[in-house]
Design a protein around this ligand. Sequence first.
Ligand SMILES: [Zn+2]
Length: 231
Amino acid sequence: MSSSNGLPIEVWEKILSHLYPSQLSRMSMVDKNLSEIVSSLKVWPRMFHAAHGSKAQLRPLMCIPRVENSYMIFMCASSLHVCEKCFGLTRYNAHQLYRLPLPIPVLLPRRSTDAIKYVGDRFDPNWTIRMCLPCRQGHISDFEEPIPLHVENIWVNWNTLIAKHPCLPHISHFSEFRGVRRGNQMIEESVVFKIMQQQFGGDIGIKAFEESTESWDKKTETRIRWYQLQE
Ligand SMILES: [Zn+2]
């Protein structure tokens, strides 16, 4: 079997082995041949067993019948809970949304010498993969996120900080700020923001802290419904 451009399957497999699962699923939409090659890659059962256990059996998703090579479909539909880097499964926890795998910008594996790409305040979604909290924290230490303009060179007191950042009382360094909390001392917001970025796994984790679980449920439902339509 070869794809429409005539490359043998072994070559495609080698090329595709450099991509993360969400990048692979995008590749699978290029054409039917490529879709077959991508869906038969060993990465999908590997990801499935890493996330759900070595003895887990592939089971149909809500209303999605069992089909051959459906490891890919299963992993794509449940990817809101699976980390693309460590393949770990994060259980749903209504009170800790930031612990779920969230999209974070990554450098493409090959020929990507450019800095991480931002579109205004948002990440370019084409350059993101979904990572669990520990993987995001590791990634943030290697590729620091810039401090957003709205907190740069801003000095505020503790009460203002807490009002602006609801996740702040939940950082583990919180006790370090005891002195600041008692007085009306001014503190540089960017310093605190950096700690928050590290703790919650980037700006997206900070935002997720405030996101309601209701909207997350809807996103998951929509996603599963979307995959149903592809069947
Ligand atoms: Zn992970």
